[in-house]
Design a binder for this molecule. Structure first.
Ligand code: SF4
Length: 435
């Protein structure tokens, strides 16, 4: 890990006090109160703040409005009190890719919201979006892991206090977090919870102290920002910042093409439908215009479900071209293979009322049966060519084992149709080149 240029030494009588700063209302209120109100400051923080380290992990997808608030209100405070700020980001999708230190300074002037390897970039190449539920893997990967790695390198086997801004209603998250000691060096603490402050208390405090309405810190494509309380603010940002927002609409489009059940806010609850419903048309128009200039692909998608929502997946790009070419080609494959292309169908698992319909054009070879497992799903569809081919080891063997003669025949018909249209496309391109 790259180390910044740090010259100030820590006092010997206090262990480091590390504040994981998520840039949201809770952690901002916590930092502000500890710095400006000595009565609220724990004795474990030195009066000159020399052992306090504020650490930010950038996902690469934070709204610019959050960054502007932090740069305007918090960085000057850190500079004034000579408080150390460390900004980190992961360098790649895997742990072995390591962590970049974007800055390590007591005089910070700006943030690096773009990070290095964006969470959305990882999702883009896999044709997925961050998922609701479970243990927030996206947050662990893009925020937790880089901070853990930085602390492990920085402190080694030295004890340190680690403060996180969970609020009074986040006891379950605290229980989960407090079990994590990183080999015994980490002493977790939750000041906002200890003060008994809710998120609203933090927002009110920031408004009283700064006169600022603190916006939620989150990725632009965060699935958790679609709930009843979070959506109005998220919608306002999509409407106000169409250039930042458009790529995430494209990403969801590809994701939905590869899996109709993968709406950002759950099956049948897509971001694009919400934006249409709430008339945030500018980012949609921008996304549509961008998509027309992108390379597109015909994808073959196969899933082998071993249980509900548990599948091995294979994605192959079988043809690339402009968006008109791939749409026309899918129609031609459908004609040659004699399989109808479908559209506007119900989505499995979508709400009966107000749920999306599957607007993507699909050439289905096999639909999954949700009563018997294992079950297969296979279709061809078109979308911008963002997702990389991906197939787990052993997928081809497992797929072949479960493929019956009826499906095998359909696959052969479609294979032949694809070969025919691929030749036709090459001939056309060759003809144009010769003309
Ligand atoms: S803000 Fe949302 S999408 Fe981003 S890391 Fe956190 S949970 Fe995941």
């Amino acid at each position: 890990m790259q180390r910044g240029t740090r010259t100030i030494t820590e006092p010997h009588d206090l262990i480091p006090y590390v504040w994981s700063y998520g840039m949201g209302a809770e952690s901002t209120a916590g930092i502000l109160r500890m710095i400006t109100d000595p009565a609220a400051r724990p004795e474990t923080i030195a009066p000159d703040f020399s052992n306090l380290v504020v650490v930010i992990a950038q996902t690469g997808d934070e709204w610019s409005t959050t960054g502007k608030l932090v740069q305007h209100y918090i960085l000057p405070l850190l500079r004034r009190h000579n408080i150390r700020l460390v900004e980190v980001a992961r360098r790649g999708p895997a742990k072995k890719d390591g962590v970049a230190v974007l800055q390590d300074t007591r005089q910070p002037y700006q943030l690096h919201l773009d990070g290095v390897y964006k969470l959305s970039r990882e999702n883009r190449v896999t044709g997925t979006m961050p998922q609701l539920g479970g243990v927030r893997k996206c947050s662990q990967k893009a925020k937790g892991a880089p901070q853990d790695a930085w602390r492990a390198t920085e402190f080694g086997d030295q004890l340190y206090i680690h403060a996180i801004g969970f609020n009074v209603n986040e006891y379950i998250r605290i229980m989960r977090d407090s079990a994590y000691s990183m080999g015994g060096q980490r002493i977790p603490t939750y000041p906002i919870y200890e003060w008994g402050w809710s998120r609203q208390d933090c927002l009110d405090y920031l408004y009283r102290k700064l006169g600022a309405v603190w916006s939620k810190s989150c990725c632009r494509h965060c699935p958790y920002a679609g709930n009843r309380s979070g959506w109005p603010e998220q919608l306002a940002r999509f409407a106000a910042l169409p250039t930042e927002a458009a790529q995430h609409i494209i990403d969801e489009y590809v994701c939905l093409a590869l899996n109709p059940r993968s709406g950002l806010f759950g099956p049948g609850k897509s971001l694009i439908t919400r934006l249409h419903r709430d008339r945030a048309t500018e980012p949609i128009t921008l996304a549509a215009a961008r998509m027309k200039t992108m390379p597109w692909a015909i994808y073959r998608v196969r899933r082998l479900y071993y249980a509900p929502a548990t599948a091995a997946r294979s994605v192959d790009c079988v043809l690339r071209g402009g968006h008109r070419t791939v749409h026309t080609t899918l129609t031609e494959v459908s004609r040659l293979a004699d399989i109808t292309v479908t559209k506007n169908e119900e989505i499995a698992g979508a709400p009966v009322r107000d749920g999306d319909r599957d607007t993507h054009r699909r050439l289905w070879l096999r639909r999954p049966c949700d009563e018997t497992y294992p079950t297969q799903e296979e279709f061809y569809t078109v979308a911008p060519a963002q997702a990389r081919d991906k197939e787990l080891d052993g997928f081809a063997v497992a797929w072949a084992e479960h493929t019956d003669e009826a499906l095998a025949q359909l696959e052969r018909r479609v294979d032949m149709a694809i070969v025919a249209v691929q030749h036709a496309v090459i001939d056309t391109q060759g003809g144009r080149g010769a003309a």
